[in-house]
Write a protein that binds this ligand. Structure first.
Ligand SMILES: Nc1ncnc2c1ncn2[C@@H]1O[C@H](COP(=O)(O)OP(=O)(O)OP(=O)(O)O)[C@@H](O)[C@H]1O
Length: 787
């Protein structure tokens, strides 16, 4: 069916071009019509003077010896006789004009649509004039022609003379109003414009005269102006209101230019502030502050540390596979009576995009509904239908390639797009479906949410993000906080602790693996955020970039607490696990950071296996416009992460969808293997480092007991009872207190905090119950009595 459609389509255009539409033919036909109209015009005119002499010759048309007096001889006499005598009389003179206009239209290749209207009006006009002349010029019936005479006769039999007269008046009004758009206002404005035109003309001629008297040289120039004005006003005589405005505008412009009073504007010279003078002097003496100076000899990792993964020549095109898939798509759609007008393929590293243009009249939803059928007939996983492709007007069918090409991290890092990227935190994710390197700025995102079922490429994705930053940023410019509950994925990065990692003071390991430490780190990061905002406020700047620029220009005094602030990237792997064990304690600081941290250079990357709504809560989602989905197991998961389906149809192994709020891009994630990461961190780790990791502010959390309600008199009335319950059960949990004492969640939570402050239970330990420090009731009694 599709073939039929494509074959049968070009035919009409071909035919049209030979007989109708070719430019040459139009010119020939146009000129013929114009010349014919001239001939017709002259024969009609000459008919009026010679018709009586020529009429007797009409029967002897074939006789070559007989000659007619008409300018176009017997041909002219005959055709005029038909149109003028037997036809419409004098009104037939309009006919050559209509033919001439048609000729001009064809000659110039103008659209013929407008011509139709002209012909209709022309013919109506001919009929009206013919009847009118037949009515008024009864003494010379030739003026109205036979048709005019007969029609008059016919109408008068039914409507009488007055009736015909009224009919003619109505016809005239109809023609004037519809054709010439004449209205009462139009008529009055016409007279006004005439009046103005005459006055302008008068004025102009007066000026001309004056100019002639003054200077003969300028006369020729001055003379021209009113002539143009003249034709202009004449042309606008059809009383259109807008045209009249034009005319007025024209007049307004004519007055002599007024002399303007020149004003001198004195230059504003800004007085340099004291601080600027000092800063300029410091910059002159020492140059701009260079944050990288402390590790001045730092060498960025080289490209050789990355593998090519066997890919050297880019994507290989399998012509057979392309043809086979194309045929299958066409066949499948044909089975559902959907014809295709056009099909185009774009080959990407893992999938090929077939863009189709369906025949006119096919509903898009029909194709969208066939997603499963097409997948079945192509016998392939991961078919995604994009109907329509935004901004293109085509329908996309993504079909996985039989042999996917690995996109090596090496190829994306080496790409000029990444190398030349003028971004604060450039990340090379991989390659798009059209094989372009996909680079985005984390600083602009400003946070990233990653989801994907296990084994679909999440850890590789995280490594790709970290590797990109390691290849582009100096240790002074960016610091990572890595949270890895799985304890194995990110441990490699321990080697660059003193270069690139940030940690809590007194903490042994920079990579955070246990939940309590996560909560502390998140809260400490909140303090860092507040501190940074304070510094920004002091420096009177709005964001980290402006702050650092000002600091580099030595306009901020380190003695006031100012320092160069590196970007901080917080990476949390397995966020679901954290939320399950720590709940609100994690969610609250994460939400706070997500909401506020963008301006002060703290960016979050959160990865999760389970993108369910209780993990990615509304508040988190709202603050993470950039989302990245690897393959997930269900449509619901896909919707949770991307707000649209599609991630459930990916093929895994780094096949992913990325959205930054608007359209979704399919990307093949760059592949970086663990040995490569190991080589990079070894390379960096072997270089001279800072004395310690970047220190985060100290967070005095719950375990110090100081921040909790410590005052004995402020204790809850049920404090003693709760303490007894806990000691008897030897289990420090708020839900136990809730159940036994029938209290609300918040009150039980407060009591457990007070018990912790009193030293009866230990600190919060995630999903586990708190430790109980008091072994029995006697010990509890003693403790409470001694307070
Ligand atoms: N971009 C990629 N290109 C090619 N293969 C990939 C890519 N990403 C992942 N893979 C393959 O998929 C495997 C699993 O990837 P990865 O370890 O990143 O999964 P994951 O989603 O982190 O799983 P989990 O959640 O269990 O840690 C890798 O060992 C690799 O073979």
């Amino acid at each position: 069916m599709a073939k039929k459609a494509t074959k049968s389509k070009p035919k009409p255009t071909k035919k049209g071009s030979t007989f109708k539409l070719s430019k040459q033919n139009k010119i020939i036909l146009g000129s013929l019509l114009m010349l014919f109209s001239i001939a017709l015009f002259f024969s009609f005119i000459s008919f009026y003077f010679n018709w009586q002499d020529d009429q007797s010759l009409l029967s002897e048309f074939k006789d070559r010896n007989e000659l007619a007096k008409n300018l176009l001889n017997k041909f002219g006499a005959s055709i005029s006789h038909i149109f003028m005598y037997k036809g419409f009389g004098l009104a037939s003179l309009i006919l050559p004009f209509l033919i001439c206009i048609t000729g001009i239209y064809l000659f110039l290749g103008l659209p013929l649509k407008a011509l139709f209207k002209k012909w209709i009006w022309g013919l109506l006009f001919i009929i009206w004039i013919s009847i009118a002349l037949g009515f008024f010029a009864t003494s010379s019936p030739l003026l109205g022609g036979l048709i005019g005479f007969e029609m008059n006769d016919f109408l008068q039999d039914y409507a009488g003379k007055i009736g015909v007269l009224l009919l003619l008046v109505f016809g005239l009004i109809f023609i004037l109003v519809r054709l010439f758009e004449i209205t009462p206002e139009g008529i009055s404005s016409f007279f006004n414009s005439r009046k103005e035109a005459i006055s302008t003309e008068f004025k102009a001629s007066k000026e001309r005269k004056a100019a002639k008297d003054n200077d003969t040289l300028t006369t020729s120039f001055d003379d021209d102006v009113p002539i143009i004005l003249d034709t202009y006003t004449h042309k606008t005589e059809i009383p259109h209101l807008e045209k009249e405005d034009d005319l007025k505008d024209f007049e307004i412009n004519t007055p002599e230019p007024e002399e303007t009073l020149a004003m001198e504007v004195e230059q504003v010279i800004e007085e340099p502030e004291e601080i600027d003078i000092l800063a300029n002097k410091l910059v002159d003496d020492f140059g701009e502050f260079d944050p990288t100076l402390e590790l001045g000899n730092y060498k960025f990792p080289t490209i050789e540390l990355l593998d090519q993964h066997g890919v050297t020549g880019g994507i290989t095109i399998n012509q057979e596979e392309l043809e086979e898939n194309k045929n299958k798509i066409v066949e499948t759609l044909k089975n559902y009576k959907i014809g295709i007008a056009q099909i185009k393929a774009t080959i990407g590293p893992t999938v090929t995009l077939y863009e189709i243009v369906p025949d006119a009249g096919v509903r898009i939803s029909k194709i969208k509904n066939l997603e499963d059928d097409i997948a079945l007939s192509l016998a392939a996983l991961g078919i995604r239908i994009i109907a329509p492709i935004p901004g293109k007007g085509t329908i996309g069918i993504e079909v996985p390639n039989k042999n996917a090409t690995i996109v090596s991290m090496r190829s994306v890092i080496a790409s000029s797009k990444f190398q030349k990227a003028e971004m604060e935190l450039p990340i090379a994710f991989g390659k798009t479906i059209s094989n372009e390197t996909f680079v985005v700025d984390l600083a602009k995102m400003p946070h990233l949410l990653m989801a994907g079922a296990t084994g679909q490429g999440k850890s590789v994705g995280l490594n790709a993000v970290l590797t990109s930053l390691l290849y582009k940023k100096h240790p002074a410019e960016v610091k990572f906080i890595l949270v890895d509950p799985k304890k194995v994925e990110l441990t490699l990065y321990n080697k660059i602790e003193r270069h690139f990692l940030a940690k809590l003071p007194d903490s042994a390991e920079a990579i955070i693996t246990d939940n309590t430490k996560v909560i502390h780190t998140l809260n400490s990061l909140c303090i860092e955020m507040d501190d940074r905002y304070e510094l920004l406020k002091l420096a009177m700047v709005r964001n980290l970039k402006e702050y650092n620029t000002k600091f580099k220009a030595r306009k901020l005094n380190p003695n006031d607490g100012h320092k160069f602030l590196p970007y901080i990237v917080l990476v949390i792997d397995e966020f679901a696990d954290l939320i399950m064990t720590a709940g609100k304690e994690v969610e609250t600081p994460v939400a706070r950071l997500a909401q506020l941290a963008r301006a002060i250079g703290i960016h979050l990357i959160i990865a999760t296996q389970r993108p369910s709504v209780n993990v990615i809560t509304g508040i988190i989602k709202a603050n993470f416009p950039a989302r990245l989905a690897f393959r997930v197991t269900s449509k619901i998961d896909s919707r949770t992460i991307l707000d649209t389906s599609g991630a459930d149809q990916l093929i895994g192994r780094g096949d992913m969808l990325f959205t930054q709020g608007n359209d979704v891009t399919r990307i093949q994630c760059a592949f970086v293997d663990t040995p490569e990461v190991a080589k990079i961190v070894d390379y960096i780790g072997s270089q001279r480092a800072y004395p310690d990791a970047y220190e985060l502010p100290e967070y005095s959390g719950e375990d110090s007991g100081t921040s909790i309600d410590y005052n004995v008199s402020d204790r809850d009335q049920k404090f003693r009872e709760a303490a007894e319950v806990i000691v008897i059960a030897q289990q420090g949990s708020a839900s136990l207190i809730q159940r036994k004492l029938k209290l609300g969640y918040n009150r039980a939570g407060r009591i457990i905090d007070q018990l912790e402050a009193a030293g009866i239970v230990g600190p919060f330990e995630g999903s586990k119950a708190r430790q109980v420090y008091i072994s029995d009731m006697v010990a509890l009694q003693q403790l409470l009595d001694n307070e």
